[in-house]
Design a protein around this ligand. Sequence first.
Ligand SMILES: O=C[C@H](O)COP(=O)(O)O
Length: 293
Amino acid sequence: MPTAPSTLPRRLVGFSTKCYFDLPTTTSYVADLLALLPPRYPSPDLGLFLIPSFPAIPAVAAALDAADPHHTSNPTPRILLGAQNCHHEDSGAFTGEVSPVILKQVGCDIVEIGHAERRRPPLKETDEQIAAKAAAVVRNGMVPLVCIGEKEQPPGLRKRRRDGEGESTSEEDMREEAIRAAAEECEEQVRPIFESVPENAAIIFAYEPVWAIGAAEPADARHVCGVVRELRSYGNSVRRAISANGDVRWLYGGSAGPGVWEGLKQDLDGLFLGRFAHDVKRFIGTVEEVNEG
Ligand SMILES: O=C[C@H](O)COP(=O)(O)O
């Protein structure tokens, strides 16, 4: 059985093509990225990851290996390669599912699980199923990238306004209430992950408020930082209780792109991009911002 990594670069920036890119678009994007990316990336301080559609994974793996055939450019082997989902069992009668065993064999380093687009109908993936997938990813020597996030935009704020309350509550108090409510919702998604993987497993969490995914603007930076501060502290207490020591990174995703990092850099470990990485130069620009910030 392969051994899962327990360490991760200090910061991470990555991009999922979701279902947007076909095969030629994916391969030409990766070729452009490898041609234009300054040679200082990736580094132990700043890891990069790409998450294409399943059928494009072998082509991307070949391109990344060809760019760094002996994995000697620096201690981080290469741009990390990810898959957008996997099944929780290694093999069996699960037509249409993809085994984590095969993902490892085709060169994946990480597997994204629990994206909001899979938690919602019609797929309705549960925290329990996502935790089983996290265990499967680690069992097969890869790192789970677990997407979490609250469904509604500041529920505390909206409730107060609807109830006619809150006139005497300061904006600061309402913000704190919204942060607490969001963190509590996310803690329910985080806890089963820690409980399902070995204590030395590295985990990447992408905090993606559901209402900020596919939007025109990212979530407010103070909200994101507040929620992730709470989650990091919660995660540390859960991990202490089970003596866990694998690296954990907290990324932000949800309409992230150039200009977002400045407001998040005190509290986040990196960014997970979607649409605003479709232009390879904008993706590299965002990587530069995270490196410099
Ligand atoms: O997987 C990435 C996130 O869902 C963000 O996507 P987006 O930036 O297109 O909203």
